[in-house]
Design a protein around this ligand. Structure first.
Ligand code: GLA
Length: 383
């Protein structure tokens, strides 16, 4: 992203003067999928694709929101009630966060804000968490002390209650707390976390965008959550557990319903895979890590049923290539992105072949990005 050019655009919209620049990364989840609302372990990492935010304070209570990637400018007054408005589209995310900050008693003032994204939107790399956390960080910066975990919690609350997506805390936590060259091993129940260095010696983490956007995603996502809640209630009628990740494999027999059994089988085994993956990464055992990614994808395909044709095809094609030791979907599923671990000396060949074969089978043009793991949201500088 050319920041000087961005500043020029900001100046055209909002006039001359210095401007603060911030950046919030997107994320990939290495492993631990559909686990953060079941009380278990997840392992996201923040990537160099993300959203820039330019901000200049104003002397009044107006917040003006524009995005380089969308035509509408949305203006709110901090003294008025802030409401969800469908026609405001993307701007509902920052609006919801600003409302939450005001309601939580933070002292925030008016500002002109411009966003510019390098994240492919709706591709499962957490563009929504990135814009939420970025907004909170920008609005609080300088005036208030910043508690990054508190920011993650507030932004999750905005997504659940203002935007209306019943997500867990993984994405907001990752964007807020990410660390360069590390994954975060996060306990989604207690929010205890540990950084795990990603040392892929000789291998590259590749992000594969299927080009299939996740239209059906939200309703299916909420459906899976409901199924997990239902399974938990039925198991709790027989044994005392507080979330599904506390259940043991033999507890699955409590359930009569075949679908619920498969969902719980995924949750319990996936949580175990995260533990194993964190050990493998710590020991530098990349091959075992790769195998666990494949097992995770297979379970998401067969038991949790959130992969669908496009993600299955790209992962299948990836695994056929020499030098690819693991691949899986990442994020909510049904479309969006997958990740693969590929030997550096096979990378060009890998991208060429997966691209050709995937396009031949699906008619869609995939995109590939090398994942560079970067720090969470931060101030970039004053321009
Ligand atoms: C989405 C949600 C997360 C998490 C993943 C699935 O990204 O926002 O909270 O549930 O799906 O692991």
């Amino acid at each position: 992203m050319n920041l000087n050019k961005l500043k020029e655009e900001f100046t055209t919209l909002s006039g001359e003067g210095a401007v603060d620049v911030f950046f919030a990364p997107g994320r990939v989840n290495l492993i631990g999928e559909h686990i953060d609302y079941n009380g278990g372990l997840v392992m996201p990492a923040t990537i160099s694709l993300g959203i820039y935010g330019l901000k200049r304070n104003r002397n009044d209570s107006i917040v003006s929101l524009v995005s380089k990637d969308a035509p509408n400018r949305v203006i709110i007054n901090l003294n008025d009630e802030i409401k969800y408005t469908t026609s405001d589209g993307w701007a509902n995310y920052p609006k919801g966060v600003i409302k939450k900050l005001v309601e939580s008693g933070f002292r925030i003032g008016g500002a002109d804000i411009m966003f510019a994204s390098t994240l492919p939107m709706g591709s499962g790399l957490s563009s929504s968490a990135a814009i939420e956390v970025l907004t909170a960080f920008m609005m609080l910066y300088g005036e208030n002390s910043i508690d990054r975990i508190e920011i993650a919690k507030m932004c999750k609350d905005v997504e659940n209650n203002f935007v209306g997506v019943n997500c867990g805390i993984m994405d907001q936590f990752a964007v807020s707390m990410g660390k360069k060259d590390n994954a975060i091993l996060l306990n989604s129940d207690t929010l205890e976390y540990e950084y795990i260095p990603i040392r892929l010696e000789g291998y590259t983490l590749v992000i594969m965008d299927t080009g299939k956007r996740r239209e059906l995603n939200e309703s299916k996502y909420n459906e899976r959550r409901k199924e997990c809640e239902e399974a938990l209630l039925r198991i709790q009628a027989k044994i005392s557990i507080s979330n599904l990740c506390e259940a043991a494999l033999e507890d699955i027999s409590i359930l009569d319903d075949k679908i619920l059994r498969r969902r719980v089988l995924h949750v319990i085994t996936e949580n175990e895979r995260v533990k194993k993956a964190s050990i493998a990464l710590k020991e530098g055992d990349i091959k075992t890590f790769g195998k666990l990614l494949v097992e995770s994808h297979n379970s998401l395909r067969d038991n949790f049923e959130v992969t669908a044709f496009y993600l299955d095809t790209i992962v299948e094609e990836a695994l056929k290539q020499p030098g690819c030791i693991g691949a899986r979907m990442t994020g909510a599923g049904f479309g969006g992105c997958a990740i693969a671990v590929v030997a550096n000396d096979r990378l060009d060949y890998f991208i060429r072949n997966v691209s050709l074969n995937y396009k031949a089978k699906t008619g869609l043009e995939p995109k590939f990005y090398e994942a560079h793991i970067v720090d969470g949201v931060d101030f970039v500088g004053n321009l």
